[in-house]
Write a protein that binds this ligand. Structure first.
Ligand code: NAD
Length: 272
């Protein structure tokens, strides 16, 4: 597989632990790592076994630990983790003990989980992104450029569409995009609109959430000027986009100095 980030790959295969390996993202990562020659699946870590339907349910060639992945024979270069908002608080100290790099795609982080990521980043390289798709990483950078370049009278609103089973709104990605604009230009973020709202204030940043049966994840940014509009849009067609991004991130991260990184740093590095 020829992925972006291959150029940064190590001379020897990287040993990767997948944390949350029984989850939707974890199972996809296990399959992708198995099929990738420059990566070795060192451990599948979860609190539960893979579901029966998974091709890995009956396979025990690598340990299925309940979090104690520092005992994996041969060690771990990178842990890639998609779990729940509370879990990084428990995983962080193990990553620190092990001294491996840590790619986290978990959203809805609790304060203690966020503190664990920050603490680990003092000792090992940590990359956290609420959206691992490379297209969204670029979209975020493009929006930042627009916010810096467009005349002050341009205004911004966002729509996001996700599957009907999503339990939170807006998406973490829409939130990040709104904050990117707000950081550069100020303004108030407003979630949806109804009733007698009055005229929209010029600095209002509207974020609107759509929920539909099959939507994997769409984000559309509307930039409104005078007599013209610019739209930036990204559509995730399959979770494979997040897997590709996570593998790109872990290859780039392994061997870097300790610190807290995002996929934006990967883009900046490629632009240099
Ligand atoms: P999921 O519920 O299918 O899987 C989560 C797995 O984590 C479960 O198997 C659970 O048992 C396991 N887990 C929980 N606590 C753990 C712990 N302490 N140690 C080890 N394993 C633990 O969820 P999912 O759809 O795979 O998503 C996981 C997370 O990733 C969510 O926060 C989701 O929002 C996020 N996500 C992010 C991206 C991205 O691009 N950043 C993409 C998809 C999903």
């Amino acid at each position: 597989m020829d992925l972006p980030g291959m150029a940064e790959k190590q001379a020897r295969p990287l040993r990767v632990a997948v944390i949350g390996a029984a989850g939707r993202m974890g199972q996809r990562l296990v399959e992708a790592i198995d099929a990738t020659p420059d990566l070795i699946l060192a451990a599948r870590v979860d609190l539960r076994p893979a579901p029966d339907a998974s091709p890995h349910a009956a396979r025990e060639t690598v340990p299925f630990a309940t979090g104690l992945f520092q005992y994996v024979a041969g060690g771990v270069d990178v842990a890639v983790e998609f779990t729940t908002g509370e879990a990084p608080a428990r995983i962080g100290p193990e990553v620190e003990r092990l001294g491996c790099a840590w790619v986290s795609g978990t959203t809805g982080l609790s304060a203690t989980s966020w503190a664990a990521l920050e603490s680990a980043s003092g000792k090992v390289p940590v990359l956290w992104s609420p959206n691992m798709s490379l297209g969204v990483a670029l979209l975020t950078r493009l929006l930042q450029r627009c916010a810096r370049l467009l005349p002050q009278d341009w205004e911004m609103e966002i729509t996001e569409a996700h599957h009907a089973g999503k339990v939170d709104a807006p998406s973490g990605t829409a939130q990040v995009l709104a904050e990117v604009w707000q950081k550069e230009r100020g303004g108030q973020i407003v979630y949806g609109r109804s009733g007698k709202t009055g005229p929209r204030p010029a600095d209002e940043i509207g974020v609107h959430s759509l929920r539909l049966p099959e939507a994997v994840g769409d984000h559309r940014i509307y930039l409104g000027g005078r007599s013209e509009m610019l739209e930036l849009a990204h559509r995730t067609l399959d979770r494979a986009a997040f897997v590709t991004g996570a593998l790109t991130a872990l290859r780039w991260l392994a061997g870097r100095p300790a610190g807290l990184y995002t996929l934006g740093d990967w883009i900046e590095d490629r632009l240099r």
